[in-house]
Design a protein around this ligand. Structure first.
Ligand code: LMR
Length: 340
């Protein structure tokens, strides 16, 4: 819930952005741009951070400065759960939360993306995010006052801890930080670990102080949050995917002048191409940088070890069928082209 300070910050932001919008829309002050506050929790130097900055550049260019995009990275304004509440209240206009964070909004279907081994790589993922299932998932957000605009890639997750993680037995009793997804909770339980939901901005300190033992994230997040400095071991397991839905406050979006909305859609399409074009390489560069730093030992799974991970984790698909929808899981499995 919001504390008093957050509430005041939110109320001020709402009144600022509403008045800027009203002035610009009425044409009373052509010099006053429409302001889009775009909040996110990761570093600027990540696939999402760079995508947000690209959207800013293109949106301001295509509207000839009629729209100003203010990007707030690194949980500067709001943490994970707060930012979704702030979007619904209109205190920020745009976010790109990870797909693992929509459950608390009541949209459990997005957790299908968290299922272990559901995608074989980016091509298989794109069949879903650029296909009819992706569109129908974004359409579900409308009922929550949110317009879904696009899916942005990050990458495939690696597991880290201060002890080697080669087989499921190595997870026994480890406290593992997860995002707020029931699928990820089931995943850690299946490995014998103790899942702990925690905001992204708190993970580094929790790892450093031993509040949790380990975590999972794509290399780009692990590196830019310096998690490698406080994790002695990591396994290149690629056991699951982490990516984003770019979302906007629906009322704000619907009330934009049609030409402005059209230009913003064009900016979003191009920013999406850009973000999804760099994600794989950004993760490869982050992994190389962590290997060079030498603070973490990286482990590749052998065929037998991989088989033991799959055996432990694949039952999560059935376990979560009731929550996510057996049909949706089947559809995604078929579109992604991965037989389990
Ligand atoms: C996490 O909380 O681990 C990620 O969702 C952070 C992000 O937005 O990439």
């Amino acid at each position: 819930m919001f504390d008093r300070r957050t509430f005041l910050r939110t109320a001020a932001a709402v009144s600022l952005s509403v008045s800027a919008f009203a002035l610009a829309a009425s044409g009373a002050a052509a010099a006053d741009p429409i302001v889009i506050r775009f909040s996110h929790v990761v570093a600027p130097d990540t696939p999402k951070g760079k995508g947000a900055d690209k959207f800013k550049e293109l949106a301001e260019k295509y509207t000839n400065g009629g729209v100003k995009v203010e990007v707030y990275p690194n949980s500067q304004l709001y943490k994970d759960k707060e930012e979704l509440e702030a979007l619904q209240l209109g205190a920020v206009q745009m976010l790109a939360p990870s797909l693992a964070k929509f459950g608390p909004l009541g949209i459990k279907e997005f957790e299908v993306f968290d299922l272990p081994y559901i995608f074989s790589g980016y091509d298989s993922l794109h069949k879903v995010t650029y296909g009819p299932v992706g569109k129908s998932l974004l359409d579900k957000l409308g009922a929550k006052g949110i317009q879904g605009l696009a899916f942005w890639d990050n990458g495939f997750k690696i597991m880290s801890a201060n002890s080697p993680l080669k087989t499921p037995d190595d997870f026994l009793g480890l406290k593992m930080r997860i995002q707020s997804s029931k699928v990820l909770e089931a995943e850690m339980n299946a490995l014998g670990a103790v899942p702990q939901v925690m905001a992204f901005s708190e993970v580094y300190q929790a790892l450093q102080t031993g509040v949790v033992d380990g975590t999972e994230n794509p290399p780009s997040n692990m590196y830019t949050q310096k998690m490698h400095e406080v994790q002695k071991h990591a396994t290149l397991s690629n056991h699951g995917y982490l990516g984003y839905a770019v979302i906007v406050n629906k009322k704000f979006w619907d009330e934009l002048p049609a030409d402005v909305r059209g230009n913003l859609e064009k900016a979003m399409t191009e920013a999406t191409e850009y973000a999804n074009g760099i994600a794989k390489e950004e993760n490869e560069k982050a992994l190389a940088a962590m290997k060079a730093a030498g603070t973490t030992e990286f482990h590749e799974l052998t065929a037998d070890e991989l088989a033991s991970w799959r055996e432990a984790l694949l039952p999560v698909h059935d376990e979560m069928a009731e929550r996510i929808g057996a049909d949706l899981i089947k559809q995604v499995q078929q579109e992604a082209g991965v037989s389990q």
